[in-house]
Design a binder for this molecule. Structure first.
Ligand code: G16
Length: 545
């Protein structure tokens, strides 16, 4: 039976870089989740309603996922959806959800994840809507969701018992069919179409070794099935491979702080040939060679330069794209390949139109995300498979691949300094301070470097003509070095200031410097100019990548 529940608007439901992310305790408040789900349905409802349509629901298995799924199912039934596909135990990695939406031609999907944020009762939860292309809803839809949330008065639900999402097969909620599907099979099948599993299996058989850190998060089942079972990697290749609602008390963020266990293995005496990690929902990746961390921006450039090593990309790339704060390393590859390179704002949703239009094949971000036109999300396991395909074909170590890459294209030294959980007012004061100086900066000298350009990045989408303003403050110096300041749109407490620092070095004799040393001059300028220490009291970044 359908019931209508009275509610009222709850403030703060504006989606950030990737959906709505809040503390679990916030989502547990009465009506909170339902208000947001109702706002999603209101914002995306087609003229004829949802009758006959399919919705995909899945998440990264974090705390509160299972409760949230039951709410989404009851509300979807009340909206008239014909069918919902749910990953078993509520599990679908974000790229797998994108794959399932596309494969089954669903109307869209609701993904329950707070990505790399911590989990558990005191941790974070998140929810976002992806459209029928499998990609995150564009800004005009997230704006409409928010708008509806500010004047919602009621929402509908079907009264029904919980669905046993542990049992694969058909279930019902009211008149709606709920099909619980294997979380891995469809995704694995897609990977088998893109990569030559025979070649990769032979590569592992020939002695290639790897560690994949699933960080107790969603990629465990995918990594076990693909790397160990299908490709024959030794048991134990996948570490921390059982998803846990609180990520075993860890922070599933594949960076050098939170993936330190993997990092230490890769820097140790008996390091395997290749190391990788993925995040809470399986879309990010961290790549570490024996004795060498590969920055995400460099990883994107290497994947673009060597993509033809995998069957799916053998014919070459249509074009590439990167988010604005990502280093320009991939731009150099695109120029050499003679393909277009686009610079978009931070957020995977901005790649969607370019991918749909066939203008780009590969894209990526400094925030440890790379992906291609196979789905409309970044994809951690895919990135690892492409890396292994390159290593299998080139028969070189990660270190040698990187050295050769830099010798060919030059090296974009790159680092990101994060100041996490800064008091919002202090963070705003830093950003306002920088912004106020931008109009008069060009021509001035900062720490001996002359400013060539300074602005607040705006993006004009070349496909649909939409404009996104306020996407990051840029200070570009003569010679191309630059500093970018942004406030993160994915945190849940206070504000996170991100400072992105980049310098290009053409001289191969200078390609082996420590990144922080190579960038020390610019780092000092970035700190001085922004007055972060004075305004926030923070003398050091929380995380350096
Ligand atoms: C999300 C977005 C990415 C973005 C990242 C960091 O990733 O999909 O496009 O680069 O957040 O965003 P911010 O700098 O605003 O924190 P994920 O993996 O968290 O879904």
């Amino acid at each position: 039976m359908k019931i209508t529940i009275q509610t009222q608007p709850i403030s703060g439901m504006k989606p950030g870089t990737s959906g709505l992310r809040k503390k679990v305790t916030v989502f547990q408040q009465p009506h909170y989740l339902a208000n947001f789900v109702a706002s999603i349905f209101a914002a995306v409802k087609p003229e004829g309603g949802f009758t006959g349509k399919t919705l995909v629901v899945g998440g990264d298995g974090r705390y509160f996922n299972l409760e949230a799924i039951q709410v989404v199912l009851r509300m979807a039934a009340a909206q008239g959806f014909a069918r919902v596909l749910v990953g078993q135990h509520g599990i679908l990695s974000t790229p797998a959800a994108s794959c399932v939406i596309r494969k089954y031609k669903a109307f869209g999907g609701i993904i329950l994840s707070a990505s790399h944020n911590s989990g558990g009762p005191e941790g974070d939860f998140g929810i976002k809507f992806n459209g029928d292309n499998g990609g995150p809803a564009p800004e005009k839809i997230t704006d409409a969701i928010y708008e509806y949330s500010t004047h919602i008065t009621a929402y509908d639900m079907v009264e029904a018992a919980d669905v046993d999402v542990g049992r694969i097969g058909m279930h019902t909620v009211g008149d709606m069919t709920v099909e619980v599907i294997d979380s891995v099979v469809d995704y694995q099948e897609l990977m088998q179409q893109l990569f030559d599993f025979d070649v990769l299996r032979a590569f592992f058989k020939s002695g290639f070794t790897m560690k994949f850190d699933a960080m107790h998060a969603v990629t465990g089942p995918y990594a076990h099935a693909i790397f160990e079972d299908a490709l024959g990697a030794a048991k134990g290749t996948v570490m921390n491979g059982t998803p846990s609602p609180d990520f075993n008390g860890h922070h599933p963020d594949p960076n050098l702080v939170h993936a330190k266990e993997l990092y230490d293995i890769m820097m140790g005496e008996h390091a395997p040939d290749f190391g990788a990690a993925s995040d809470g929902d399986g879309d990010r990746n961290l790549i570490i060679g024996r004795d060498m961390f590969v920055s995400p921006s460099d990883s994107l450039a290497v994947l673009a330069a060597n993509a033809t090593c995998a069957p799916a990309y053998a014919k070459g790339l249509a074009g590439v794209a990167r988010s604005m704060p990502t280093s320009g390393a991939v731009d150099r590859v695109a120029a050499a390949l003679g393909v277009e390179c686009f610079e978009t704002p931070t957020g995977w949703k901005f790649f969607g139109n370019l991918l749909d239009a066939g203008r780009i094949t590969l894209c990526g971000e400094e925030s440890a995300g790379t992906g291609s036109d196979h789905v409309r999300e970044k994809d951690g396991v895919w990135a690892v498979l492409l890396w292994i395909s390159i290593l299998a074909k080139r028969r070189m170590s990660v270190v040698d691949i990187m050295k050769e890459h830099w010798a060919t294209y030059g090296r974009n030294y790159y680092t990101r300094h994060d100041y996490e959980e800064v008091e919002t007012e202090a963070a705003n004061s830093v950003m306002n301070h920088i912004k106020a100086q931008l109009p008069t900066l060009v021509g001035q000298s900062l720490g001996g470097l002359k400013v060539a350009a300074a602005d607040d990045f705006s993006y004009l989408d070349p496909i649909d003509g939409s404009v996104s303003n306020n996407q990051g403050l840029r200070v570009v110096f003569e010679g191309g070095s630059r500093i970018v300041y942004r406030l993160s749109g994915t945190g849940t407490s206070g504000a996170t200031i991100r400072v992105y620092i980049e310098r290009y070095e053409a001289d191969p004799a200078l390609h082996d410097l420590d990144t922080q040393v190579a960038l020390s001059g610019l780092i000092a300028i970035a700190n001085d100019f922004s007055q972060i220490a004075q305004k926030t009291g923070r003398l050091q970044p929380t995380v350096i990548t």
